[in-house]
Write a protein that binds this ligand. Structure first.
Ligand code: DHB
Ligand code: FE
Length: 280
């Protein structure tokens, strides 16, 4: 049986990808941020997942205002890094896990979640920056990765509660897959940031820290928080945080917090990072 053994959350700032690709991680501005992921790199090398289900959002790279799936699962054999205007990032091709992805699509759709099946999709900084932060700069990514894209760009995004329940459905799907696989689920994006309008540059450390606490300790309460609270308190792009609830729903109610990191600022964003594990 496949099993979800742990969950990670991390922010996905594009400038972090550029700092890695341009060899700037040792600069004064970036060094404290990358230092915060050293523990995670070692932890991942010990955990050695076979597959990561990587919940992220596309930023008008694979999708656009012409086509806006709420939840979209990548079932292809592989996914290329997207060209976001400066050429594709020089990172490895993402190798998917078609069999497990199709199984999750079938299981969640029959479980009444309307999942869009995607057989061709380039993946942008929303997916590649978390991989770089946690795995560094390998020749090949060390595991298979199933991209699961969530619309948090065009209103209306899914509710936190819908995301939390999707996490539970993904867990049921993984646990009904016959092959013995060590599976992790990652929830990415956030934390507080606003990139546009009069409030551009907004960061709310008090909100972010309370979110981290509540996500770990009382995810059911966090799942009831409405969109407007995220947008008011964490900025228009702070709504990316609902994706973290998909990761959280796939784990037990009571979890072990293995690691926490919080850093301000990275570009316009507050960076948050958690590693969670089921206790048994
Ligand atoms: C920034 C953050 C994001 O989440 C994003 O998608 C683009 C830019 C930033 O802080 O610059
Ligand atoms: Fe983003």
């Amino acid at each position: 049986m496949a099993r979800i053994t742990g969950g990670i959350t991390t922010s996905h700032v594009p400038a972090v990808g550029a700092a890695i690709d341009l060899g700037k991680t040792g600069e004064d501005y970036w060094q404290p941020l990358f230092a915060g992921y050293e523990f995670s790199k070692k932890w991942m090398a010990e955990e050695k997942p076979d597959v990561v289900i990587l919940v992220y959002n596309d930023h008008a790279s694979a999708f656009s205002l012409e086509l806006i799936p709420t939840f979209a699962i990548g079932c292809a054999e592989s996914f290329q890094p997207a060209d976001e205007g400066w050429g594709p990032r020089p990172v490895p091709t993402v190798q998917g896990h078609s069999e497990l992805a199709w199984h999750i699509a079938q299981s969640t759709i029959l479980d009444e979640f309307d999942m869009t099946i995607v057989n061709k999709m380039d993946v942008d900084h929303g997916l590649t920056v978390p991989l770089s932060l946690v795995f560094g700069e390998p020749e090949q990514w060390p595991c298979r990765i199933i991209p699961l894209a969530v619309n948090v760009v065009q209103y209306p995004p899914p509710t936190g509660n819908r995301c939390y329940n999707l996490g539970k459905a993904i867990r049921r799907a993984v646990e009904s897959f016959g092959e013995d696989l060590n599976v992790q689920i990652w929830g990415t994006g956030g934390m507080s940031h606003q990139l546009q309008g009069p409030r551009a540059g907004l960061i709310n450390q008090a909100f972010d820290k309370a979110f981290l606490d509540q996500l770990v300790k009382d995810p059911e309460a966090q799942a009831r928080v409405p969109h407007i609270d995220y947008v008011r308190e964490a900025g228009s792009e702070g709504i990316e945080l609902v994706m973290w609830l998909i990761m959280r729903g796939a784990l037990d109610l009571d979890v072990e917090e293995v690691y926490r990191f919080y850093h301000v600022p990275a570009s316009n964003t507050a960076v948050g990072h958690l590693i969670l594990k089921n206790r048994t």
